[in-house]
Ligand binder design. Sequence first.
Ligand SMILES: NC(=O)c1ccc[n+]([C@@H]2O[C@H](COP(=O)([O-])OP(=O)(O)OC[C@H]3O[C@@H](n4cnc5c(N)ncnc54)[C@H](OP(=O)(O)O)[C@@H]3O)[C@@H](O)[C@H]2O)c1
Length: 229
Amino acid sequence: MNHKNSILIVGASRGLGLALAEEFCTRGWHVIATVRSPSPALADLKKRFPATLQEEQVDIANEASVRALRDRLDGHRLDMLFVNAGIAKSITSSASTAPERDFVDMMLVNAFSPMRFIELFESLVAPHGTIGAMSSELGSITNNGGFWDLYASTKAALNMLMKCFASRRPDDRRAILVVAPGWIKTDMGGDEATYTIEETIPLLVDMLEKNHGRPGLRYVDRFDNTLPW
Ligand SMILES: NC(=O)c1ccc[n+]([C@@H]2O[C@H](COP(=O)([O-])OP(=O)(O)OC[C@H]3O[C@@H](n4cnc5c(N)ncnc54)[C@H](OP(=O)(O)O)[C@@H]3O)[C@@H](O)[C@H]2O)c1
């Protein structure tokens, strides 16, 4: 029997995560897609791929919810784990104008929670599998252009946590990917964004499949270009 590759996509109710789930289903992967609350769009996708799409519930900012999902998935073997979930608040503000809570929320959801999730789920990922997190071009300190300061800081923090994670596992044979998708028209990206979901997602999945099985940490965009930290 042929082995079907499996991926857990965290944050697949809408936007890039939903589109990633659709693209991986289309390419024949078994997809476990998570939502925080029922997503009509993911339910529609499930009708198209009833045998290969599995829906799960998790709020990555809630430790009990994360541990409950870990218990439910115990014994599963994942070829790829991809944490897509993220939020953006006070995008045009800076430290002197934003509510503190917005920054704390973003740090929790964009940096701390993806890392906690990956640490708790890494033992499910195959020895030559892939662990990925959705970062952003804005997470590059080198390339910083003074946009979305607070959000960008939380993605830079995610990048650092991923680098620490990889550095502590020098013998790990898995691909560890920190992904910058481009500026995409979604609820977060807004209508002004440069690219559409339709033109971006196939490139992103090409890049993920290409890196699958290639050991080591990389901060990459959808064209598989390496970005400076
Ligand atoms: N769009 C862009 O231009 C762009 C550029 C660079 C990076 N990114 C990154 O790409 C990822 C997806 O962005 P998007 O544009 O698709 O955003 P989006 O349309 O706002 O979708 C965000 C997704 O994250 C989920 N999520 C948020 N908080 C969560 C939590 N605590 N637990 C579990 N899931 C949670 C949302 O679920 P709910 O529906 O329950 O809220 C939703 O599925 C994010 O990490 C974002 O930072 C986006």
